[in-house]
Design a protein around this ligand. Structure first.
Ligand code: K8D
Length: 635
């Protein structure tokens, strides 16, 4: 980081607010290592490493693995026990919303008496009707079973027909969770569970423990790509029997933050780290992906949550779960098992873009599996100045390319509105013509070959959904939730024109109006907002750093950050009409034959009122208390 950097520490880790004049930067979340505040009581029953299983750690790592940066680790001591980062209670103003920026370690809000917050333990018991089942599941799966048995079970799990047979369901004794997966199976799109809302609003939602549950397969190794890691917390999300399996952490930390992350990982000998290169200034490793290798196959999870407690507690977050990919038969060429969406090729290209030896074995795992059942497109960003052929592989140009091949025909779709929804905003230039409504909107507006010749009489409207100050104040998390919405005052002041595009966060339909969004979505809807031409869930915020910006008269697309998302097109789901119906109630509409798409927030977008302001995280809000009676006074 260059000069002029101030550090703000929040519940969500330490964020570095760059005051550089760089046009297209997002606020940079700085040295991010999260050290979990470990409560002696709560952790005492945790067997993190089972000594008996250490033998099993000779997992035959290829030679290349020895070169990953774990080897650079200085001898690490025990994980430091942090105790600062506390909000300060004052008589006059209540709680000052900001932890001290001088504090090194932070701890989850839970232990601080912030009201709604909960420790891991509380999460386990409070998310109603969930933990009990989880325990039952664990027990059942701790009985050793043959691979064939497991495959049959997994087959049940992913087959709607079979799951719907009452006898099969009763026999399995875990129908509720299987139902959840079966229901959302068509799209593989889920939200994370939110603590403190009615159970019915979490019925189709997943906690990280649900994803890593043995119900989805017997994990033999995994890779976690992310921005922010609380490693002790992460280890506890894996079922005990999988906690010693090889785990690769793919991160973008540098210098002290990297050293801290290595120290945090040191107690776990099965954990290796891989540092993503960030050779362009102000780039970040935002990608949030799990690669999971099972005895039964392989799975990809692309999502929006950091690997910290708060990101899985009371936020709206998105998850795409791939099907379980079977291993290809021996001797089959590695490029077999491709999908109609070219997902396998694109995932390999994305992983190869890291140019990191630590990822080679994961590229090999992808190659050895059959990904042909994938119905989504991969839309990724990787840092670089991409030219020629490479230009269309990344960022908004990748989206443009996929949409240009989209063959569904709908009359006058060129005027269908576009919606972007995100949790941070970068510097977008002096006016809308500089990037937002030129190259970016042009990509989102791209039509398929059937549509292209229809003249565009009416240009599409662009709606941008981003929380207001009031959204944050009245949220379940209150003002501290705004610590994950790092739109900075310096940036906001340069683009007052943006406000006219903004809509509030509203999600009454999913019961998530008070669960602040950390999900990012982009879509094209019909003029009445009852249908979708396409839908994208991604890590990419509204920034040039994430989506890319053209340079050298359009010759190259410059991208600073790593991002990843999946795009849903109706044609890839065999929907002949070329549009998804938008789900309008909690329960799927029985009158419609096709499954409607579960759009995670309310449509049509609700424009900001005259008194609404976008949430800006580094200015004070002192005049109205939040849901916990606190005000926000960033240092
Ligand atoms: C994240 C610069 C970040 C900015 C925004 C976000 C976000 C993240 C990091 N650092 O997703 O809103 O990965 O959580």
């Amino acid at each position: 980081m260059s000069d002029g950097v101030s550090r703000i520490q929040s519940q969500h880790g330490k964020w570095t607010v760059s005051s550089s004049d760089e046009e297209d930067t997002e606020p940079v979340r700085g040295s991010q290592v999260w050290t979990h505040w470990r409560d002696g009581v709560s952790d005492s029953d945790e067997t993190v490493i089972d000594e008996g299983e250490l033998e099993a750690l000779h997992f035959g790592l290829p030679e290349a693995f020895a070169e990953t940066d774990k080897k650079l680790l200085p001898s690490a001591g025990p994980v430091p026990q942090g105790s600062s980062g506390n909000p300060i209670k004052t008589e006059a103003t209540g709680l000052l919303g900001r932890p001290s920026p001088t504090s090194k370690q932070s701890r989850p809000s839970s232990e601080l008496g912030w009201g709604v917050s909960s420790s891991d333990e509380e999460t386990e018991t409070k998310v109603e009707g969930w933990q009990v089942k989880e325990e039952r599941v664990k027990e059942e799966y701790s009985v050793p079973r043959s691979k064939k048995q497991r495959l049959t079970e997994l087959d049940h799990h992913y087959s709607v027909e079979k799951v719907q047979e009452p006898e099969v369901r009763a026999a399995e004794g875990m129908l509720d969770k299987w139902d959840v997966l079966a229901k959302a199976q068509t799209f593989g799109f889920y939200l994370t569970k939110v603590s403190g809302i009615p159970a019915e609003n979490n019925a189709c939602a997943l906690h990280i423990k649900d994803i890593l549950s043995p119900i989805n397969g017997t994990i033999t190794a995994s890779a976690q790509f992310n921005y922010c890691f609380d490693i002790p917390w992460l280890m506890k999300q894996y079922p005990v029997e999988f906690r010693t399996k090889p785990l690769l952490i793919v991160h973008g930390e540098q210098r002290q933050a990297k050293i801290q992350l290595h120290e945090d990982a040191h107690p776990y000998p099965n954990v290796r780290l891989c540092q993503a290169k960030l050779e362009i200034a102000y780039g970040t490793h935002h990608t949030k992906m799990m690669l999971i290798l099972y005895e039964e196959g392989f799975r990809v999870v692309i999502h929006t949550s950091n690997l910290i407690h708060d990101d899985w507690h009371q936020k709206t977050q998105g998850i795409w779960l791939s099907p379980l990919y079977p291993r290809l038969p021996e001797g089959i060429p590695e490029m077999a098992g491709e999908s109609a969406t070219s997902f396998k090729r694109d995932l390999i290209d994305y992983l190869a873009s890291y140019r990191s030896v630590g990822l080679n074995e994961w590229i090999d795992h992808v190659k050895l599996h059959d990904l042909s059942s994938t119905s989504v497109y991969l839309i990724g960003s990787t840092p670089g100045r991409h030219q020629g052929n490479e230009k269309q592989k990344w960022g908004h140009f990748k989206l443009r390319k996929v949409l240009s091949g989209c063959t569904s025909s709908v009359a006058s779709r060129e005027s269908w509105p576009l919606i972007g929804q995100f949790s941070s905003i970068g510097s977008l230039g002096a006016d809308e013509t500089k990037w937002l409504c030129s190259e970016f909107k042009e990509s989102l507006s791209t039509l398929g070959p059937d549509q292209r010749d229809l003249c565009s009489v009416k240009p599409a409207r662009l709606h941008l959904v981003y929380p207001t100050v009031e959204n944050v104040r009245t949220s379940l998390e209150g003002y501290p939730g705004g610590g994950s919405l790092p739109y900075a005052i310096d940036t906001a002041q340069k683009q007052p024109w943006l406000t006219s595009f903004l809509s509030k966060w509203s999600a009454e339909l999913t019961g998530r109006s008070r669960a602040l969004p950390h999900i990012k979505t982009y879509m094209r809807a019909s003029p009445d907002f009852r249908e979708l031409a396409w839908f994208l869930v991604t890590s990419a915020n509204l920034s040039k750093a994430a989506w890319g910006t053209l340079e050298k008269n359009g010759f190259q697309l410059m991208i600073r950050s790593y991002e990843l998302g999946v795009l849903y097109l109706p044609e890839a789901f065999g929907i002949g009409t070329g549009r998804f119906l938008v789900q309008r109630g909690q329960l799927p509409d029985c009158k419609t034959p096709e499954k409607p798409f579960p759009v995670p927030y309310d449509l049509p977008p609700q424009h900001y009122g005259s008194r609404d302001r976008p949430w800006i995280w580094n200015i004070p809000y002192l005049h109205a208390p939040d849901t916990h009676g606190n005000v926000w006074a960033p240092s």
